[in-house]
Write a protein that binds this ligand. Structure first.
Ligand code: GLC
Length: 420
């Protein structure tokens, strides 16, 4: 809290002879991409004005894997410095013990939230985090270029590979030497786990570890999917893709240098933003299908949890409720195209008008695949790390897909032991 506010709050409490007017200083930690931070600050300013509390944002690196490492350090040290954590959808089972059970504090509003989102944050009956926003990735594409070259929208990964390659080459011949066909998240981190699971699941290769904790990755469809992805690197995707996270992919696509991009929903507001060079020529659809004939999208999203070590738990709960109320979620959906967690907002006229993809995206979110964080319990981070390592080693040419899948199977089997 800054000094002036502290004095003012103290004075008010003294004058009224009550401690109920305690004004707290809270810290919220989140990993922002795109407009997240800007939109959060606006909501926090409203909260400060309404309540007299002060809220500081503690920013994290963009990659969720880096955030997790830092969060785990703070939490295991029982740090009192952070009151509210913005958690990735996958973390509740691993970090549950460190957070306040929000069941009672949200009993009056929880029915308004998308049930699957609530379920994803419930561990052994404890509500670890209140759902903030959801996500299911989209295939962003340059409709002007498809039209220019008379191409249909690719339905499968193989068609995407061909179309991306043809348009890229034609554009390069026409003088745009920086053009690429497809950008996505190829760095060795959680984002690659999501991409790899999508390639494999859509190809009929299953979910690597299924909902019952069985390891299912050892199959030909998984090998084929990784082989195809390896063929992209240096061909339709820049060699640097091996170190791309979300914002790297968006940077290339938004500056007009890629035909297709896989990204989360936050990118929609930005590629269509006033200052985006491609704002009138970009559209979104679901990711391509593989041999399964179906598309697969991974469920993403972030949710708000109150640390057990916070010295201001009541105020922190008040903040979590505020940031997830209708007004805050509507603003977030409109300003940063984050799909809401309140069911009613999928029928909200203002959101439908300003971010028309959001109501259309609800079925994609509902059908999204969960990463195996629930069945693998405390081991999810290691499981995911084995997945992204396997995918990365195939994409970088260090390993052939068959050996990488066999190694992944062995590593997961060892990790599993009797644990899950
Ligand atoms: C997005 C998703 C999150 C996922 C991450 C991977 O932030 O919301 O669930 O883990 O991307 O990079």
């Amino acid at each position: 809290m800054n000094r002036t506010k502290f004095l003012a709050a103290g004075l008010a409490a003294a004058t009224l002879g009550t401690s109920a007017l305690h004004a707290a200083e809270l810290n919220i930690v989140h990993g922002a991409v795109g407009k997240d931070q800007e939109v959060l600050r606006v909501a926090l300013d409203r909260f400060e004005e309404e309540t007299g509390h002060t809220v500081n944002i503690v920013s994290m690196p963009e990659r969720t894997t880096d955030q997790f490492a830092q969060f785990r350090l703070w939490l295991s040290a029982e740090s009192q410095d952070i009151d509210v954590y913005r958690l990735d959808v996958i973390w509740a089972p691993q970090l549950a013990d460190h957070f306040v059970d929000l069941t009672e504090a949200t009993a009056d509003i929880i029915d308004q939230f998308v049930p699957a989102a609530v379920e994803s944050q419930t561990v052994d009956g404890k509500l670890v985090a209140l759902p903030m926003f959801l996500g299911a990735p989209a295939l962003y594409y340059r409709s002007d270029l498809l039209e220019k070259y008379g191409k249909d929208m690719p339905e499968t990964w193989t068609e995407l590979t061909e179309t991306a390659s043809e348009i890229m080459q034609a554009e390069r011949e026409a003088g745009n030497e920086d053009m690429w066909g497809y950008v996505y998240q190829g760095a060795a981190y959680e984002g690659l786990t999501c991409n790899a699971m999508e390639w494999i699941a859509s190809n009929g290769g299953g979910q690597i570890v299924n909902a019952d904790g069985e390891i299912t990755v050892m199959n030909e469809k998984a090998v084929e999917a990784l082989d195809l992805a390896a063929s992209w690197v240096g061909n339709i995707a820049p060699p640097g893709i091996l170190n791309y996270a979300e914002e790297d992919a968006r940077g290339v696509f938004q500056s007009g240098n890629a035909v297709f991009m896989r990204n989360w929903n936050y990118a929609y507001a930005l590629v269509n933003g006033e200052d985006s060079p491609i704002k009138d020529v970009v559209e979104v659809t679901t990711l391509p299908a593989g041999d399964s004939g179906e598309t697969a999208s991974i469920l993403g999203g972030s949710h708000l949890a109150v640390a057990k070590y916070s010295q201001n738990q009541d105020e922190a709960i008040q903040l979590v409720r505020f940031l997830n109320n209708e007004e805050s979620q509507r603003a977030r959906a409109i300003e940063s195209s984050r799909p809401p967690t309140l069911t009613a907002l999928y029928e909200d006229a203002e959101i439908a008008e300003k971010q028309p993809f959001i109501p259309l995206w609800k079925p994609v979110i509902d059908g999204a695949i969960s990463r195996p964080s629930a069945p693998t319990k405390g081991d999810y981070n290691e499981v995911s790390s084995e997945i992204w390592t396997a995918a990365h080693s195939v994409m970088s040419g260090e390993m052939d897909a068959e050996s990488a899948v066999a190694r992944l199977n062995a590593m997961l089997t060892r990790l599993k032991g009797d644990a899950w």
